[in-house]
Design a protein around this ligand. Sequence first.
Ligand code: ME8
Length: 635
Amino acid sequence: MKHDHFYLTTPIYYVNDAPHIGHAYTTIIADTMARYARLKGCNTFFLTGTDEHGQKIEESAKARGKNAKEWADENSEKFKTLWDDFGISYDKFIRTTDEEHKLGVQAAFQKMWDKGDIYKGEFEGNYCVSCETFFTNTQLVNDEFCPDCGKPTSVLKEENYFFRLSKYEKQLIDWYSQNEECILPKSKKNEVVKFVEGGLRDLSITRTSFEWGIKLPDNIGDDKHVIYVWLDALLNYVTALGYGTDEKNMEYWPANLQIVGKDILKFHAIYWPAFLLSLDLPLPKHIAAHGWWTRDGEKMSKSKGNVVNPKEIADAYGLENFRYFLLREVPFGQDGDFSRRALIDRINSDLANDLGNLLSRTIGMSDKYFGLNIELKDLYTYHKEDMAKIDEITACLEPLLYGMQTHRYLEEIWKMLGVANKAIDTVAPWNKMKEGKEAEAMALIALCVNVLARAALLLSPIMPNKMNEVASAIGFEINTQNFEKLIYEKSPLASSKLSKVTALFPRIEEIIEEAPKQVEEAKKEEKKYVSIDHFFETELKVGTVLEAENAPKSSKLLILKVDLGDGDIRQIVAGIRESYTAQSLIGTQVCVVANLKPAKIMGVISEGMLLAAKDANGLTLIRPETPKQSGSKIG
Ligand code: ME8
């Protein structure tokens, strides 16, 4: 499958906190697809960015005493910096606070309005701020809680503008049925189709209960409203190409591939195509939804505080090893539990053993027997069947990648490595050399070189730097011309001059403590313990109490201002008034859980928690034995 234009997108990430491994996963898959498309010679445009408006961002900024734009700037930068550190090859990083985006969204709103797809009406519903979504009574869990994230919803009654989603029901169903692979994987597509067949209600697309958003176009003349964050956000995929402003990049539309997490598939597979139909724009070719990374079976998310920091993992285990692991470990579309043990096992068995050893054995043999010069003339004489197997595998790979079966794609490449590794053991070239059968030994090395060359090309979108090194060690270059020749035409490499390299995939010998029990038992036991990783996700710090006062409307709570060093002063609401007076705490030190999600306690924001012990005699704060600098780490 060759595309002249290849446009692909990630979701744009909310700026209510720092990026985690889930975001890295989406972005790394997209980066892989973009690199593959470029390697094939497609004119590729890869978009990512940040989603910065809406009540959720407004509230999280307020909780930190910042204005929304400041908070968005700070966090958007964290995403961009991480992607730059990771060498993500995006062509544009869009921010929904960009002026062109705002103008594009207003132009789209205007077009929908002119077309009669927007009308004004009254709306009452159960709103989940965290998901920025309304739910019907029957969708709520226990009459109150959000069915998606489990948080309490609140009843919101507003005069809103509505989008005629119901009008597009039939066109959407036709699109799903006429385009087999418009939503991937297919199991997810079936869920979407069922949902739409159940009937679509018009969608409320403006809000008046907060201000942090894009205003309606001037000539609609209603400045009480801001545009619903999902309409604003989804439109980024076309405003990034200049929709409504300078439209020169609109030639990239429709997108070839839009990668999203399964949590936001409904928005992308139902609302988004309906908006596009309203704008008379063609629909994307594929929307692909991946599963979640979990910790102990729970979705990893900022709000649950159980996130794994991708930078820390990449620094500790190697960025490209980490990229490989993410794509190989879990079938696309399914959930996967993240563990360092699994990552290390993959690095050691797949990368160090299967791939790394093949390379070092190939170089070692060619050096010892042939002074690093390998000729391929007898390859097909001795390895016709092996080459046929390799050709067969090569041919099945692209459909696997385009079908988003990244784990299967890699599995097949590893079968190819297996052919070469097995051939080394069967042929035993060291014996052939002793027997004077040099041509056979040479042909065996030629087979290895060819397998490595194909693997290097096919793996370069996932491990670009390492694969450049593999390629140069076997004397060729990763480029479109070689991709065409070796992968599409399945031609062998011409003769090769190899060079020595240091081990590209060293084994990782880190010992991850595990209870010395049978696996099954260990699994049962696991629930009793938290891992050391988990423990260190809780930031414990020494703080110094600067101010303390009784909380109004409560006999139990005190409100403290606690210094955590480096200018980090927190407001902490603590239920300790039965044991401490406000005055007695000022100037003393306390131990603080510093990375708890800020929460409102009796109407007052609390940005941390104090450690205390309680028994029948009452409550005692846990404090350092001798004074420590404010902000000192505990643990
Ligand atoms: O939803 N595992 O932004 P977001 C795997 N702004 N992927 C995960 C994940 C996890 N535990 N958690 C998040 C939004 N992701 C909207 C999108 S698009 C027009 C607007 C990934 O910051 C996954 O791809 O909550 C998810 O869809 C994406 O991060 C969005 O994260």
